[in-house]
Design a protein around this ligand. Structure first.
Ligand SMILES: Cc1ncc(COP(=O)(O)O)c(C=O)c1O
Length: 409
């Protein structure tokens, strides 16, 4: 037999949020177990519905959606994104600088593929959202991870970023608000990042898909509001703030010195035309979403569902011996630390598989976010209170068992 091998380009590509552990989880489901899926930020599967107005506009326009649209997306949706940049005081974003895509995910691939030659380096946060690292690998680039410092609320370490810049560095990624840590960055830090990008002629990729999911006093500052010169691509989508991941509707816009980026933008246009156009029905939801009432605010303010669930998860996790996590200022996740003295973990993939078998709760190991330490996992705090409490009770029970068995082994 001559085995049919996958492309070597996939050798370093991984996406463990939906990786091999999910197969194990499906197997358990087939055997009749009910799994609590805390592995993915899929809001609708936890009763967070897409706003009715968005659904309505997509349905209403379905008859107009059978043909290909402009390869960058329909006019009203791109115009709505343009108006948003104007309201936010982001300078010089024209219609032609706006691309719609099948979620931010597709646009991340396009933006990265359009920029990198083999061996080019991209600076990415550790922990990261793994699609970024995977996309850089797939495009023939080398991901270089900069540290985010847990004791400083997971803020990026500017000195580490600076030290890791080489002649091959082309771009710097920031994820703000951050998945998986929940950090939200302040202006001072963003300005430092912009200054570095300016000094070393880097493109900034600013992933802001959680921009409206922020808690307490945190304020999200779109990075592009702070610079008129550094070439920046900002990514966003309907997936999270508008609870519409399945519609696959996202956008990116280019700001900064577009003269300098002319050739790169030509490349982006080519890539956009090659996919013909993004999913058309979902694009009709974008104008409504951006302009209308922002119902996400009801969920994130005190008393709102996300606000309450965040508090429950945070309080419960932090009372388990040897478990700690930063209280997220944004997004839907907690990046949970296990004290290595209490829970010595050699392989975090094995650890979460054991956790799944014992608890029937599915989480993602820290190494799935390219974090070089085996003592972390990420959970989403999306389930209703009762289920969330049940899941964390089971995790606590498993950790007790784990601790006793490790120490008795
Ligand atoms: C940080 C981050 N960026 C991008 C995406 C992709 O989102 P989309 O559904 O718009 O493709 C996600 C999805 O979870 C994410 O967490």
């Amino acid at each position: 037999m001559i085995p049919l091998l996958k492309s070597e380009k996939l050798n370093h590509v991984c996406y463990d949020i939906r990786g091999p552990i999910v197969q194990k989880s499906k197997q358990l489901e087939k055997e009749g177990h009910q799994i609590i899926n805390l592995n993915i930020g899929n809001l609708s599967s936890f009763g967070f519905d897409a706003p009715a107005e968005i659904q309505h506009d997509i349905i209403k326009n379905l008859p107009n959606s059978a043909g290909y649209s402009d390869s960058k997306g329909i006019f009203p949706a791109r115009k709505a994104v343009m108006h948003l940049t104007q309201q936010q005081n982001i300078k010089g974003v024209d219609l032609e600088d706006i691309f719609l895509g099948n979620g931010a995910s597709e646009l991340i691939h396009i933006a990265v593929t359009g920029l990198l030659n083999n061996g080019d380096e991209v600076l990415l946060p550790a922990p990261d959202y793994p699609l970024w690292t995977a996309s850089v690998n797939l495009a023939g680039g080398n991901p270089v991870h900069y540290q985010c410092i847990e004791s400083l609320g997971w803020q990026p370490d500017i000195n580490d970023i600076r030290q890791k810049i080489t002649k091959k560095t082309k771009a710097l990624v920031i994820i703000n608000p951050n998945n998986p840590t929940g950090a939200v960055y302040q202006a001072e830090l963003l300005l430092q990042i912009i200054a570095l990008a300016r000094e070393y002629h880097l493109v900034i990729f600013s992933d802001e898909v959680y921009d409206k999911i922020i808690y307490d006093e945190a304020v999200h500052i779109p990075l592009a509001t702070l610079s008129e010169d550094v070439v920046t691509i900002t990514f966003n989508s309907l997936s999270k703030s508008y609870r519409s991941c399945g519609y696959r509707a996202g956008w990116m816009y280019i700001s900064g010195d577009k003269m300098r980026a002319k050739d790169y933008i030509d490349g982006l246009n080519t890539l956009a035309t090659m996919r013909l156009c993004p999913n058309v029905p979902a694009q009709w939801g974008i104008q409504t979403a951006l302009g209308g009432y922002q119902s996400i605010q009801e969920l994130v303010r005190p008393g709102g569902r996300l606000y309450k669930q965040r508090a429950i998860a945070y309080d419960m996790l932090n009372t388990i011996p040897g478990v700690s996590c930063f209280k997220p200022q944004g997004a839907l996740y907690m990046f949970v630390r296990l004290n290595p003295d209490i829970y010595p973990i050699e392989d975090d993939k094995v650890f979460i598989q054991d956790l799944l078998e014992f608890t029937k709760v599915l989480v993602v190991q820290g190494s799935g976010f390219n974090y070089p330490d085996n003592h972390y996992f990420r959970i989403v705090f999306l389930p209703y209170e009762d289920q969330l409490k049940e899941a964390i009770h089971r995790i606590a029970k498993f950790l007790k068992f784990y601790q006793n068995n490790i120490h008795n082994a």
